[in-house]
Design a protein around this ligand. Structure first.
Ligand code: IVH
Length: 667
């Protein structure tokens, strides 16, 4: 086609865009094709050709961009304008009734909307003047990742809305069951590992730097939430759903308005039956108060809206064979029996192992090797062996026999009086050593990035590290390490850098990392902030330690004993240059805190307000009482006050407990 001038080209580009967007909408969202594939291809090719010839008219939002191709080098972090909250869970009728009663007791007479709880990952979609400008993952609810390039490849997500408005909507990106099957067939042919379930598959597909990979994954989407209904004068959730549908979004046609608890129960009963026939995976039902004003009055906890809840289907149980029981050794020498199972899929993921905790647990369940056992898994919860099916026994099963020697170093195991666990007492047991180093470098301890469990084990087995001290001498072995496969100069340098950096950690990280019995992150912090440096702590008597609030006699004795027997190790660590001081009282610099104004509202579960304030101030931040437009961050705990609403109204970034810990752990 020939065009007289650029205006004509532009007009044709717009026209083709509209035709293709409309065709796409009818096909993918309404499942009602209006033009043939051939026609679609013809228009599509015409648009591609025009965009090639006139790059100035090749817009970001063109339907030709659906195939992907944009490659980013990292995911940018984006703070949500309003936090993306999660939902509280209920598991049975009683708990649903409780949810309803609480709302009624607050003086409301609610109607509810029942929706399927889609098993995928949530996304926030932001449109300006009707054009998709950003797609963001939930992340920690406060900060998510920019996945715009990938979102654009999802055909059911409109690039252009039917009205040129500014709006944010939220919903679930998911993969249909058939799509996963097809994908896994393909992956099997290519010898690639299979994707475990629809949720992992969707999450993995959206976390691609190269959007052409995402484009091939055929992701789907339902929109279920409008964060700012007031802006559009919308009064009920049903209206919001209707409105979003009218803008071109795919809204689940199964959503239902019900007038009371019986309606909810009926909805759940119906879908429990039909669930397996759905083309997509759901893990429950979301129940939402329909009236927006009522929602606002009911309000929020730090994590959840009080006006909505998620009913989760009961955990799925499946049968499989207990092939063997093997024993593993932990950092403290504790021996754990583990079930080796005939691989079986439960709730979409393959289960091969399950912990059996200890000897008593196995004996109480009367498990025998060769038994058919039922396995249960609820959502993200660790799978467990429920029971053996005694009626399926053949007589061929073998009794479980507890071991009395360490499976790694063969030293005799020890059982303390009144305890159920057996311990390997050999301080030089290789497995214990490996686990201790893994613990020392872990995130809440010295936080040495790049040293994953497998690398630690390998470096140990190759003889490069035998204990935590050796980590700090790895620098000298750099050339030798690089001789081995998988240890390129860049990655080795990174690890060495991170090891070096860890020398400056505050005392509590070291205390936790040493793996002293009874000392978790909280006690480590308490000890560090009480004694300020290692020497003072090492000089403390059992009585001194016991006098600290929250430290009991068992913990006090364990700390005392540890230092009595590890003086040399501590001296060595000092010599290496590892910081032995609590840095909480010394001013440091943090890009998240220094120079910023904070307001705290609600209760943070394991920290006092004073403690948070001290840390912020020691890093050059300010804590004030009320929220104003000068506030940079509002920290929101359980049962927050009106400051939370002020923050929402003023669009001030909010940190929930998780985010707060994240920042503090990385100081
Ligand atoms: S509403 C403030 N509706 O479930 C309300 N969530 O466990 C926000 N989900 O993070 C959520 N289907 O990823 C809502 N129909 C639905 C849903 C749904 C799935 C997911 C969503 C959320 C999680 C909470």
């Amino acid at each position: 086609m020939n065009y007289g001038n650029k205006e004509e080209v532009k007009a044709r580009v717009n026209e083709l865009t509209e035709i293709l967007n409309e065709a796409n909408y009818n096909y993918y969202v309404l499942d009602n094709p209006t033009i043939t594939d051939q026609e679609y291809d013809k228009y599509y090719r015409e648009l591609v050709n025009l965009e090639d010839a006139y790059p100035e008219f090749s817009y970001d939002n063109s339907p030709t961009k659906r195939v992907g191709g944009e490659v980013i080098d990292k995911f940018n972090k984006i703070v949500h304008e309003r936090p993306m909250l999660s939902l509280a869970n209920v598991f049975n009728e009683d708990e649903i009734r409780d949810f309803d009663s609480k709302i009624k007791n607050a003086g409301f007479k609610p109607e509810y909307v029942c929706e399927y709880k889609i098993d995928g990952l949530s996304v926030a979609l932001i449109y300006e003047k009707g054009k998709l400008v950003r797609g963001v993952t939930r992340g920690d609810g406060v900060t998510g990742e920019d996945i715009t390039h990938n979102v654009k490849t999802i055909k059911v997500i409109p690039l252009t809305l039917k009205e040129p408005i500014d709006i944010e909507v939220r919903g679930e990106i998911f993969m249909n069951k058939k799509t996963l099957e097809k994908l896994n067939e393909q992956r099997a042919k290519e010898g690639l590992p299979l994707l475990q379930n629809v949720r992992n598959a969707a999450a993995g597909s959206i976390r691609q730097l190269d959007s052409s990979v995402t484009a091939k994954r055929e992701l789907d989407n339902f929109i279920y939430y409008l964060p700012d209904p007031d802006k559009f004068n919308i009064k009920t959730h049903m209206e919001a759903l209707e409105f979003m549908k009218s803008l071109g979004f795919k809204v689940n046609p199964a959503n239902r308005l019900v007038s009371d608890i019986d309606g909810i129960l009926k909805f759940i009963e119906d879908i429990t039956e039909k669930r397996n026939k759905l083309p997509y995976e759901i893990d429950g039902v979301v129940i939402k108060v329909n009236d927006i004003k009522m929602q606002e009055e009911l309000g929020y906890t730090a994590k959840y809206p009080k006006w909505a809840t998620a009913y989760k289907f009961p955990a799925e149980e499946v049968l499989t064979k207990l092939k063997d029981i093997i024993f593993t050794v932990g950092r403290t020498g504790r021996i754990t029996p583990n079930a080796v199972l005939e691989p079986v899929i439960v709730m979409g993921s393959t289960i091969r192992r399950a912990t059996l905790h200890n000897e008593e647990y196995v004996l109480a369940k009367n498990l025998k090797i060769g038994d058919i056992v039922s396995i249960r898994k609820a959502g993200d919860v660790i799978p467990e062996v429920v029971e053996a099916k005694f009626e399926r026994r053949t007589g061929e099963e073998k009794n479980f026999v507890m071991i009395h020697e360490c499976p790694m170093c063969h030293s005799p195991l020890h059982k303390f009086p009144d305890q159920v666990d057996y311990y390997c007492m050999n301080p030089n047991c290789p497995k214990r050593n490996i686990e201790s180093i893994i613990h020392f470098v872990s995130r809440d301890a010295m936080n040495i990035e790049g040293l994953g469990d497998e690398i630690v084990e390998e470096l140990y087995n190759l003889g490069f590290i035998r204990n935590i001290l050796d980590l700090y001498y790895l620098e000298n072995k750099k050339q030798a390490i690089m001789e081995f496969d998988g240890y390129g100069e860049r990655s080795v340098n990174k690890i060495l850098d991170n090891i070096e950096k860890s020398k400056n950690n505050s005392l509590e990280r070291l205390l936790f990392g040493l793996g002293i019995k009874e000392i978790g992150t909280k006690t480590a912090k308490l000890l560090a902030s009480t004694y300020h440096n290692m020497d003072a702590l090492m000089n403390a008597t059992v009585e001194d330690l016991e006098s600290i609030r929250d430290i009991g006699s068992v913990t006090a004795r364990s700390i005392f004993e540890y230092f009595k027997t590890h003086k040399e190790l501590i001296e060595e660590l000092k010599k290496i240059g590892i910081n032995m001081d609590y840095l909480g009282v010394i001013k440091g610099v943090s890009e998240n805190i220094t120079g910023k104004r904070f307001v705290i509202t609600g209760t943070i579960s394991d920290m006092g307000r004073k403690e948070i304030k001290d840390i912020i101030e020691s890093y050059g931040g300010k804590v004030s009482e009320s929220v104003s437009k000068n506030t940079n961050v509002v920290i929101v705990g359980e049962n927050p006050g009106s400051k939370y609403n002020d923050a929402l109204n003023l669009n001030i970034p909010i940190w929930n407990e998780e985010k707060l810990h994240d920042v503090l752990n990385n100081l």
